[in-house]
Every structure is written in C-alpha cells, then in structure tokens.
Design a protein around this ligand. Structure first.
Ligand SMILES: Cc1cc2nc3c(=O)[nH]c(=O)nc-3n(C[C@H](O)[C@H](O)[C@H](O)COP(=O)(O)OP(=O)(O)OC[C@H]3O[C@@H](n4cnc5c(N)ncnc54)[C@H](O)[C@@H]3O)c2cc1C
Length: 502
C-alpha cells in the first residue's frame, strides 16, 4: 500500500509518475475510484504496483466504502443507452453487456442488482420561439439542446445501436402523444408530449452494486482500503507525492488519483471546469400491494422538466429531479492544490482562495432538508406520473440532497493534471456515471496509460490547460429547465421564512 507516516515532512521525495508507477493512491471509493482500483488490480501492467483507496467515513459506520452520502450510494440508478451523444450511448451499450450477466447469483446483474424494466424518455412540447431581443439575452442561459431535442437525438441513437439486432430493435417503440405515454407507463399517469419507450434500458440497485464491487476489490487481495478524510495533497516541486489525512497521517504514492466526486474541488483547483451541484430526491413508502403493482413499471424521465420516477425498491418509491441544481459556495478549510506549482514560494501572504461549491449532506448536517419548492416539484411529478389517490398526499418518508460534479458539457474529466506530475483526476461525473460502473474503471486505466479510448479524446480532457475556464452550468439538454446558480442556503432561508409567515 501507499506508505504512511505521521508527518508531512516524511512524505516521499519528489517522484515522477513512472510508467507504471510502483504505488497508486486513489482518493474516493465511488464509481470512479472503486472501479479504477479493481481495473488496476486486474491489469498485468500494474502487477507490481501497490494500490490504496482512501475514503471519508460516516463516524457511525467507519470503513464504509464509499461513504453513505456519496453519489454512488442510493436505492436505484438508471442504466440507459438513451443519450443524445453517440459515444456515451455506445459506452452504456458496452456496460449493459456486464449488467445483463445474471445467470449465477454471483453475477453483477443478479439478485436485483440490475433490472431491465425499460425506460420511457419524454420531452414537453417546444415553447414558442422568443422575440429576437429576448432571444439574444437568453442565448447564454439556454441549454444547447431542448429536452425534446435531447429525446429525439437519443431516440435516433438507440435505434441505430439496435439496428443490427432485431430483438433489441423490437423493444424500442415511439410514443407519439400523451395517451401512448400513459399506456406504456401503466400507472394511469403520463408526462410530456412526445417520447419513446426502450425496454433495453433499466435500473441498478446502486448500493447493492457498489457492495458487489467492493467484494470483488477485496477478493483481489491487492487493494488496501483506508478510512480517513484527505485534507490536502502533498507535493514537492511540481510533483504530487501523496495526501494528508485529517488525523495527521500522510499516505505517499507515485501516482495520486483524485476521484472525490463533488468534493474534488476541495482538494484540487478545478479552474471552473466542474462545480458541485445539489440535486433533490424524495422517497415514499408503499404497501406490499402497491409495491407489487409498480414493481415492473418502466422508469419515466421527462428531460424537459428533469423530473423522474423510479420503480420501487424495498417498498419505497423514488422521485427525483435532474436539473441545474443548487450550489453551496464555501471557503475550503484548506486551500486546494493550485492550478500551477508556485515557484519560488511567495514572499507576500497569498490571498485566501475563492469560495468553492462543495456538498452539504445530511451526514454532515443532520437537520438538512430539501427546499420546499423542490419538494413541491417532486410532489407534482408523483401526482402526474403515478396519480393514485392513496399516494397523492402521502408524506415523503425521506428526502435527500445528492451532489453531482457538474461540467459545462456533461463530459467527465479523466486526465493527467497538465501542470502537476503524479496527479490524475477522475471526476466531473455530471450526474450520469453510475451506469458505467462495469466499464469505466478500465477506461480510466487506459487514460492513465494514455491508451485511449479514442472516442473520448477531447471529451474527457482536462480543459483548463492554459487559462481558467469560467464556471458555466451543464448544457447537454438533459437537465430540466431551471435557474442557474441557485445558492442552497439562500433558497432554504427564503423559503423556510416564507413558510413560517404563511
Ligand atoms: C440524485 C442522483 C441521481 C443520479 N442518477 C443517476 C442515474 O440514474 N444513472 C446514472 O448513471 N448516474 C446517476 N447519477 C450519477 C452517479 O451516481 C454518479 O455519476 C456517480 O455515482 C459518481 O461517482 P463518483 O465516484 O464520481 O462520486 P461519489 O460516488 O460521490 O464518490 C466520491 C467519494 O469520494 C469520497 N471523498 C470525497 N472527498 C474525500 C476526501 N477529502 N477524503 C477522502 N474521501 C473523499 C466521498 O466520501 C465519496 O465516497 C445520479 C447521481 C445523483 C446524485
């Protein structure tokens, strides 16, 4: 494993990232971190490399990998090749070959870890075009694709993926109007003006799948799992040499992979390439009979509103919203690693780093709840998509804020850092990486070795090579129309004040 010492001074001397390195430290054990650990452990090229994964833990569950508030932990995640972008559609197709392995209970997709109940993807009718001067003002804020554009492009991509296989093709059907959408959904509800159903898509039980992956990682006997919170990266000259933990331990390694999801900006200056955004979820308890009735429903996702309902897991129905989200700008406790090494060290005091949006979760703030306006959106989605009188006003059993690391194009950032040797970043999940769990680790290792994948060259690159990019919000067309830059604390304060007055 990466060597550990009690002080920063004991960190390893400056090392280049030799090829392959002799020790690798992965910060974060979510989809990106854990899948990378497994891929490294199975690759011959890394047979003599020590691999360590470190993750912050819930103090009540020390040693949980990943942490329970990680984006990778939840009851369910959609697994869909239904993308407007061909490369991600094809990557999901590759991942689904693994998800569909269910012959033995030990297979990834078995025991309810993967369920192919279909996906209904819909968009609302296009709003009329705005007047010319208003159109100019709105141009910067508009997603490049509307929800309906996204749905139509995705429809074309899944049809083309299924073109060579009549069995797959027979499982995709256009839903040209709200009645057709209602028929396919089977709950009595409907959403959107146009869409399609793809029975080649489905959903994964996220927590169970991560647990399956953790077991595979442990089985290799090659990966040291360390519970601890990294507070800063260790460096000498222009080389990153390890990580310092909150308890003072230092983990040293030839190559440090930061896969800290929406927390990445606390450790590395991402120069405006990615921002943590909070997304909202609500869960409704069901009776056994209600569960049975909904158990095989397809997922329904309206890409114009971002609202979606997932089939139930353990008698709980999940409603969520995929949108521009909330930001939580805070002053990081420790300055993140700067974009470039400072040489020589500054003689004048450096100004405090600018605020960074970082996750605020119920693990660190047990009183946290979602804003009332978000709860109202989720309630509206429930009433529209599953319009059962018994569920109409049933209280949410639980709500959650879950955090994306969002990039402007929704492309991941999987690349060597341009200015620091020994540092690789795997983040920018943009709220859609879970489905790639069975394949993304191998792609990350390919990127470490600079061996592709060709279709993601450019897309997954570190984008701020020469100058800091301004932060912009995700514009891939899959996000529900929403306001950019809503500050979570402001929204909570305003809406909770309004509730008290009412
Ligand atoms: C509400 C919601 C719905 C989603 N729906 C879908 C979907 O339907 N389909 C889909 O494919 N994807 C979906 N996603 C996205 C998917 O879950 C994420 O893309 C994926 O889980 C991200 O994995 P990650 O490894 O980047 O981050 P995470 O899973 O967040 O893992 C990061 C890990 O790093 C650790 N860490 C952070 N900082 C430190 C530190 N300083 N020291 C030590 N450890 C640290 C954290 O504790 C965490 O365990 C959804 C995400 C959310 C939030």
């Amino acid at each position: 494993m990466a060597s550990s010492s009690s002080s920063a001074a004991a960190a390893a001397a400056s090392v280049a990232c030799s090829s392959p390195p002799s020790s690798i430290l992965i910060i974060g054990s979510g989809v990106f971190g854990l899948s990378t650990a497994l891929a490294l452990a199975r690759r011959d090229a890394f047979a003599h490399c020590s691999i360590t994964v470190v993750d912050r833990s819930d103090p009540s569950q020390p040693g949980a990998f990943p942490s329970p508030d990680a984006a990778s932990i939840d009851a369910s995640r959609i697994v869909r090749a239904d993308y407007a972008d061909k490369a991600y559609a094809a990557l999901c197709n590759e991942a689904q070959a693994e998800w569909r392995r269910q012959a033995s209970p030990a297979d990834l997709g078995a025991r309810g870890r993967y369920n192919e109940t279909g996906l209904i993807l819909v968009g609302d009718a296009e709003p009329p075009a705005p007047a010319a001067d208003q159109a100019d003002q709105e141009a910067d804020l508009k997603p490049k694709l509307t929800g309906l554009d996204y749905a139509r492009k995705s429809w074309a991509n899944v049809q083309s993926l299924a073109a060579k296989d009549p069995e797959l093709a027979a499982r995709i059907r256009e839903l040209p109007n709200p009645d057709a959408i209602r028929d396919a959904l089977g709950t009595g509800g409907s959403s959107g003006a146009w869409g399609y159903v793809n029975y080649n898509s489905g959903w994964a039980n996220a927590a169970a799948s991560m647990s399956w992956y953790l077991d595979r990682v442990r089985e290799t006997g090659r990966v040291a799992l360390v519970a601890g919170t990294v507070v800063s990266l260790e460096h000498t000259g222009d080389a990153v040499t390890g990580a310092k933990l909150a308890d003072g331990r230092v983990l040293s390694a030839d190559l440090v992979i930061v896969a800290a999801g929406a927390w990445t900006g606390a450790l590395v200056d991402l120069a405006g390439q990615a921002i943590a955004t909070g997304q909202v979820l609500a869960y409704v308890d069901l009776t056994e009979e209600e569960h049975e009735e909904l158990a095989n429903m397809p997922v329904i996702l309206n890409v114009s509103t971002g609202l979606f309902v997932m089939p139930p897991v353990n008698r709980t129905l999940k409603i969520a919203k995929h949108f521009l989200g909330y930001i939580n700008p805070v002053q990081p406790a420790h300055p993140p690693l700067p974009l470039t090494p400072r040489s020589p060290p500054p003689t004048t005091p450096t100004p405090p780093p600018p605020p960074v949006s970082l996750p605020r979760t119920s693990l660190t703030d047990p009183t946290l709840s979602i804003p009332p306006s978000a709860a109202a959106d989720l309630r509206r989605a429930l009433r529209e998509m599953v319009p059962w009188p018994a569920l109409r006003d049933r209280p949410f059993a639980k709500t959650r804020l879950c955090w994306y690391s969002d990039t402007p194009t929704a492309d991941f950032i999987i690349d060597h850092h341009p200015n620091w040797r020994g540092l690789f970043v795997a983040t920018g999940d943009s709220g859609h990486a879970f489905k790639f769990l069975p394949v993304i680790g191998d792609k990350i290792v390919d990127r470490i070795l600079r061996e592709g994948p060709a279709e993601f060259e450019g897309k997954w690159d570190w984008k701020a090579k020469t100058e800091a990019l301004p932060t912009r919000f995700t514009q891939d067309g899959s996000r529900g129309v929403s306001e950019a830059g809503l500050v979570l604390s402001d929204v909570l304060e305003k809406e909770e004040g309004e509730e008290e007055e009412a």
